[in-house]
Design a protein around this ligand. Structure first.
Ligand SMILES: [Mg+2]
Length: 251
């Protein structure tokens, strides 16, 4: 069933990635294991580079916080060779805990970048995504992505799909630098950045907590149910779609 909006009711469409544009399995079965498999090799190969050094600096700070909080992370050595091994051990420890660590995210982004550029990784989106992006683009609707993955990771995913580079079809990418996905203020900031009133911003996600936050900010929302998502029924007042071809804007 199509959810129909009048054309002038929608100024911008903001999309979540995991479970919305992209199968959850891609993130969990392809991206995360790829980063885990390549972390040691990546640290070794790029140890002298500014990017890896900055990621290590951040991880070292986070590690010190973990020690201070008695979280018992693996030991850290600042010796050059043992140091890389302890960075890798700490990164694996963070991954095991699915930590939303800025240092980890930074490093994962660089590892994925290598993977996408070499062709070892290909970004995955559901088949209805590209036609919808083109349709919205043709209607001059602003399209943005808002995901907890870093902007770099988002751009890499959309930049390396089997149908080519989709980034020209997306106007803006937002990550949690703009705020958390369950905070209404994040949606207000995104609307402001897109020069769109909140009530003309349509946010699409598979997570009802995110949709609640966007609704509190005054946005229009749609719950996206995709193959591979945990089964859920739409909470009262929340409309559900199964693909972007069910979003109708205009006549
Ligand atoms: Mg999601």
């Amino acid at each position: 069933m199509t959810v129909q909006f009048p054309r002038d009711a929608v100024g911008a469409i903001v999309l979540d990635i995991e479970g919305t544009t992209t199968p959850i399995a891609f993130v969990h079965d392809a991206l995360f294991p790829f980063a885990r498999r390549h972390v040691r090799e990546h640290l070794q190969e790029h140890r002298g580079g500014a990017e890896v050094r900055e990621a290590i600096r951040r991880l070292r700070e986070e590690w010190a916080d973990d020690v201070a909080r008695d979280a018992a992370p693996p030991p850290w050595s600042d010796e050059p060779d043992a140091g890389l091994l302890s960075v890798a051990a700490y990164v694996e420890w963070l991954m095991d805990r699915d930590r939303k660590s800025p240092g980890l995210k930074l490093l994962q982004g660089y590892i994925w970048e290598d993977g996408y550029r070499s062709g070892a990784l290909t970004g995955e989106v559901f088949p209805d995504v590209v036609p919808a992006l083109r349709r919205w683009r043709a209607s001059e609707i602003v399209v943005a992505i808002y995901s907890s993955g870093s902007v770099l990771a988002q751009q890499l995913l959309f930049g390396h799909t089997p149908t080519g580079d989709l980034t020209p079809l997306v106007d803006r990418f937002f990550d949690t630098e703009v705020g958390g996905k369950t905070s209404p203020d994040s949606y207000r900031r995104i609307a402001a950045a897109l020069h769109c009133q909140t009530d003309r911003l349509l946010f699409v996600s598979d997570a009802s907590k995110e949709l609640d936050a966007a609704r509190q900010a005054g946005c229009e929302v749609l719950l996206c149910a995709r193959p591979g998502n945990p089964t859920q029924s739409a909470p009262p007042g929340l409309r559900m779609i199964h693909g972007f071809d069910e979003i109708g804007v205009g006549e």
